[in-house]
Design a protein around this ligand. Structure first.
Ligand code: CA
Length: 227
């Protein structure tokens, strides 16, 4: 099991690294948000321990970048703050758990183990619908065995659709999940992105997977080709 600790306080980082290594984990440490984000996006980690207050990028920004990139490994936040709104913010962004500093190492270890157990059953590495396959960790999509090249945004959009197959997603839901902003209702950014994605995954294949529901949004599902 490989863990990433993103923590700028050297003593804390060393303490965690030592304790986790003694408990059989392989541990990498990043000392600021930029390094942390880079490692988290490029390495294969089973879990990330992420401090909130970091130089460079804060823990929330790192978290957001990870989830937008489709990285689903569990994240345990470390925070010195004890404010309800901070916890809510982190959980909304996709954090899995919190520890308020100072904490006992035994408590951290228990949370890490519990998150790793949950993480295993949480999401398969491959998401599938019809003959479209998405490898979550390698960030690759293929249809009928053909590799499909996607931009980062297109990949994020496809991940959103794949995770919520059969569910109608409104433009504003898609905008807030994939772009992290709310476009005004006139904006066609979402439509343009969906059209591009659709041309890549649907144009040359059957059955069609992305469907428009007029006035409602979009849905990903495999329908009979005559429908
Ligand atoms: Ca800090």
């Amino acid at each position: 099991m490989r863990l990433l600790i993103v923590e700028d306080e050297r003593k804390m980082a060393d303490y965690l690294r030592q304790g986790l290594t003694e408990n059989g984990f392989v541990v990498d440490v990043a000392r600021d948000g930029i390094d942390g984000q880079h490692l988290a996006l490029t390495g294969e980690y089973d879990l990330i321990i992420l401090d909130v207050m970091l130089p460079g990028l804060d823990g929330w920004q790192v978290m957001q970048a990870l989830r937008q990139a489709g990285k689903v490994m569990p994240v345990l936040f470390l925070t010195a703050r004890d404010k309800v709104e901070d916890r809510v913010k982190g959980l909304e962004l996709g954090a899995d758990d919190y520890l308020i500093k100072p904490f006992a190492f035994s408590e951290l270890l228990a949370r890490v183990r519990s998150l790793l157990r949950r993480g295993k059953n949480r999401e398969p590495e491959m998401l599938r619908i019809a003959d479209l396959e998405v490898d979550v960790f390698k960030r690759r999509a293929s249809r009928g065995g053909d590799r499909i090249d996607l931009t980062a945004k297109e990949f994020a959009l496809l991940m959103l659709f794949m995770r919520r197959q059969g569910e109608v997603l409104s433009r504003s839901q898609i905008a807030s999940q994939v772009w992290d902003i709310n476009f005004d209702s006139d904006s066609n950014v979402v439509d343009v992105a969906v059209r591009r994605l659709r041309s890549k995954i649907d144009d040359n294949y059957a059955p069609k997977l992305i469907h428009t529901l007029r006035g409602m949004g979009y849905v990903l599902e495999a329908r009979d080709s005559n429908a």
